[in-house]
Design a protein. Structure first.
Length: 231
């Protein structure tokens, strides 16, 4: 009887020791599980916060992209308006220059057709009406050479009248009546050609700048697009 009690006591001690070990193992596993749950909860909170930030960033990026697209469209319209206005002004300026040159040429031709030279040549009997030849001066010059014969007097008279007519006609022709020389016409044509080249170069340069600005803006838009995140 005493031996059975001793065996039961020994088995009870063993069971208590095993229970203590099992309890310790359970507590350790429970603590590990709690730590894992805490870590998972922390990671879940971080993921949720990151998702909210990404969603907000995506909305802001979409808004910025829409604004940039609107600005690009406005810039394109503004460039087109400026180019159209520039072309219109250049065309008007070119037309004004051509019309001005045409008016000057027409006026010069008109003045030449009405110049004193043509009047003197077509109406030699109206020399006194110009006011540049005085018959008394001619008669005085001829009388001062009374010692000469009639032939010499006629030569002097004719020479003097011719010289007076030439001086009078040259003094009465304004500078604007002078004809354009061939060199001046070539210069005008060269200036017109250079103006056209300048307008064409300016237009090409403006178009290149416009396309470069558009490409730069589109590159900026692409940079503002939201990135895809993997959770």
């Amino acid at each position: 009887m005493q031996s059975e009690l001793d065996l039961l006591r020994q088995e009870n001690v063993k069971l208590l020791a095993e229970n203590a070990q099992l309890r310790q193992i359970i507590e350790e596993k429970d603590s590990h599980a709690k730590l894992r749950d805490a870590e998972l909860n922390t990671r879940i909170a971080e993921v949720e916060r990151s998702a909210k930030e990404h969603a907000e960033s995506a909305r802001q990026s979409q808004t910025e992209n829409a604004e940039l697209k609107g600005r690009v469209a406005n810039l394109e319209q503004e460039f087109k308006k400026q180019d159209l206005q520039f072309l219109t002004e250049e065309c008007e300026s070119t037309f004004q220059i051509e019309n001005h040159n045409s008016d000057i040429t027409s006026q010069k031709n008109t003045n030449i057709s009405q110049s004193p030279v043509s009047i003197i040549e077509t109406h030699p009997d109206e020399e006194n009406s110009t006011g540049s030849i005085d018959p008394k001066q001619v008669q005085s010059a001829v009388s001062s050479e009374s010692g000469l014969d009639n032939t010499s007097k006629q030569v002097i008279n004719t020479t003097f009248i011719t010289r007076e007519i030439k001086q009078s006609s040259e003094s009465q022709i304004p500078d604007s009546v002078k004809l354009k020389s061939l060199e001046e016409k070539e210069i005008d044509e060269f200036i017109d050609l250079e103006n056209k080249k300048r307008v064409s170069n300016i237009m090409r340069q403006r178009n290149r700048e416009m396309f470069q600005d558009q490409n730069t803006t589109l590159d900026n838009i692409c940079q503002f697009r939201p990135n895809h995140y993997v959770i």
